[in-house]
Design a protein around this ligand. Sequence first.
Ligand code: UD1
Ligand code: MG
Length: 450
Amino acid sequence: MPVSLIVLAAGMGTRMNSELPKVLHCVAASPMLHHALNAGRSLEPSHIVVVTGHGAAAVAKSALAFDEAAQTVVQDPQLGTAHAVAQAAPLLANATGDAIVLYGDTPFIRPETLQSMIEARAQHAVVILGFEARDPGRYGRLVVKGDELQRIVEFKDATEAERKITLCNSGVICADVKTLFELVALIGNDNASGEYYLTDIVGLARAHGLSAGVVICDEAETLGVNTRAQLAEAEAAFQSRARAEALENGVTLTAPDTVFFGMDTYVGRDTIIGPNVFFGPGVTVESEAEIKAFCHLEGCHISRGASVGPFARLRPGAELAEDVHVGNFVEIKNSILDEGVKVGHLTYLGDAHIGEFTNIGAGTVTCNYDGVMKHKTTIGKRAFIGSDTMLVAPVTVGDDAMTGSGSVITENVPAGAIAIARARQANKPGLAIKFFEKLRAVKAAKAKGQ
Ligand code: UD1
Ligand code: MG
């Protein structure tokens, strides 16, 4: 059955004290909005609607960056969660099946939890995700009788007795998409806040003879972020889970507390990760690779047996084939390194393709940018690039070719050739000794003069 996703992301997030809309603040190097969309992605939604408000343009751009099929709608003014959901109705007029409502500032709902909500729909017309709160605070309370959820009461509107309930509303709900919008259209704003509460849907469903039920998840999943302190807590919670999972999956972490994973980092079995390694979005590392200390990786793929670092930076589009070696102080962007390539030290490779078993000497730079456009460097198989070679792109070096150290390569190098592009050396016999004597004399004269 198809599933539509509605992500509420209009709120201002006043307590973040930020120019940036709250849902664009990052946890594990990805905006919170992407975490919510990522959880929903596992359901292979037929439609995705993000309800925007504060910072609508930036939030819409971020939603599209995650999934170009995402639709957005602006909610202005923001009159409550039910009003927010209602904005999605025109975009989902042709949708069938279920709809799930998520919050953009609640990044940790697990895909499995959403799946159990869909399954619980076999018993109930409306399914709410609840949790047992250690400190129920101002959460909405779930009033349950037997297997049935009777209603949700917001803290502000709750009686003393209802406030004692510890089973709370996470905000995530699931219902048939048509039923959802029919019921939401009936919700009023006669309550302590004067807002249109999505939570009223439960009482309304029952009044229409429909049943409502609860799926319970761990409180950690429902962690919402309202302040920078909570953002830091969310980061810590994410990282400690990601580290534990990596260890469980057969990855060695020499100093787990110093490794920072991204939302979608994948690391294969028997890979070793040294201390102080940072993963941005979109990194995959296959099995039996090694990432040594102090590496910064984003948007890259590292194949089996490759070794990277210490102190390497792999930027988006860095593709390392099997057994590639990337050493210290090497930066690689948008470049493919075929099997067995070695780039040991102090090098920048950008917009390049390096053929298998080629060796790139220390201090090599692909001069890929002319101030206006980027250009490509292509190096063949088994080539040897001498230390301190400047490769002024666009340029091609053939298979089995060599460049002399210190060369500035501005023309293509044919296969098998050696290119030397630097001034010829001239030795002046005895000149160094004379020069030193002269310098010492100047220094002595200066000292006398003082
Ligand atoms: C809501 C629930 C409460 C639940 C709690 C869980 C309602 C009425 N209450 O309360 O039962 O325990 O979440 O965290 O639903 N939003 C919009 N447009 C609006 C209002 C809100 O997009 O007009 C978005 C916010 O950006 C946020 C989410 O909806 O992502 C929840 O809104 P918030 O104001 O935080 O609701 P709570 O009062 O916390
Ligand atoms: Mg809230």
